[in-house]
Design a protein around this ligand. Sequence first.
Ligand code: SAH
Length: 347
Amino acid sequence: MREDIKSMTQEEIAQAMAARGEKPFRGRQIFAWLHRGVRSFEEMTDIGKDLRRKLEGAFYITAPAVERKQVSRLDGTVKYLWRLGDGNCIETVLMSYHHGNTVCVSSQVGCRMGCAFCASTLGGKVRDLRPSEILDQVLFTQLDSGKNISNIVLMGIGEPLDNLDNVLRFLELVNHPQGLNIGMRHISLSTCGILPGIRRLGELGLQLTLSVSLHAPDSETRSRIMPVNRAYDVDELFKACHEYFQRTGRRISFEYAMIDGVNDHDWQADMIAAKLRGMPGHVNLIPLNDVAESPLKPSRRVRQFQQRLEGRGVTATVRRSLGGDIDASCGQLRRKAMEEEKKENER
Ligand code: SAH
């Protein structure tokens, strides 16, 4: 079985070289090539033929293929559907803002969290992504688009804290000076609220931005729309967030998709304010994206809810929606491609 070399750290590659009787500096050389996006050992031109052949026998290099690419005519947002080595597809979104280019990456093929409003979870989880496969989304989006990526959000398909070891390795790789060298302060990680994962991140004290998908401040509503709440209750979640803030000093961002008649009542805004007290949280209100398969509809009270929060001292913004014309959110493109593939097969 060949090994996935792009999931290895520079030190691990150097050790593997030393173990084969090669000079350890090869680690640095190979690492740099991989993080420039080469697709084969053949392209590593300053490495001798013999060693290249040996490497080929022992390792493989992941490189996704562009299965589909959609460019928004409204705002230039680009959505990639990549095909992975084993045939599975994942999505990546590239968004351009005045302060730079942000890429939104997936952490799993599918998702097993079961949130009622989310398209990513409809087919369940197929498998975790490897560190290299998360990195490739940044690397090949940059190469394909020709745009320099300055920010990363782990907000695509999947639950990053359900694949934490691989996500931590990805962070180490993408942060590396000889790699893409993207600073932790330019990275956000979004979770539906897996408490052991939040605690572990807090202990590590990484300087990334933690986003928590809150979507309801009360247990009853949250359990209804987010099954994870039955395992990790929202009050425990708030407690873990307070601890996280105390440890890291980093302000947490709370995602809140506004659903008509479900989580858009004034009393819920008041409850958010009460439960956030003592911590500088920031609430990001997201107009719900209509998912065809779901009976949940977008709220018409977004502005009122925002004002209610602000009136109680909570910073709240309404997320600007990008790529509305290209299925740019939450697993919708992968979903569409899967359906079409299914139809093809039935024919
Ligand atoms: N699993 C992680 C990250 C992926 S989802 C998490 O739950 O945070 C990225 C964000 O999109 C989450 O806040 C998620 O709740 C939100 N989201 C999912 N479906 C949505 C929809 N239909 N409309 C608006 N936001 C949605």
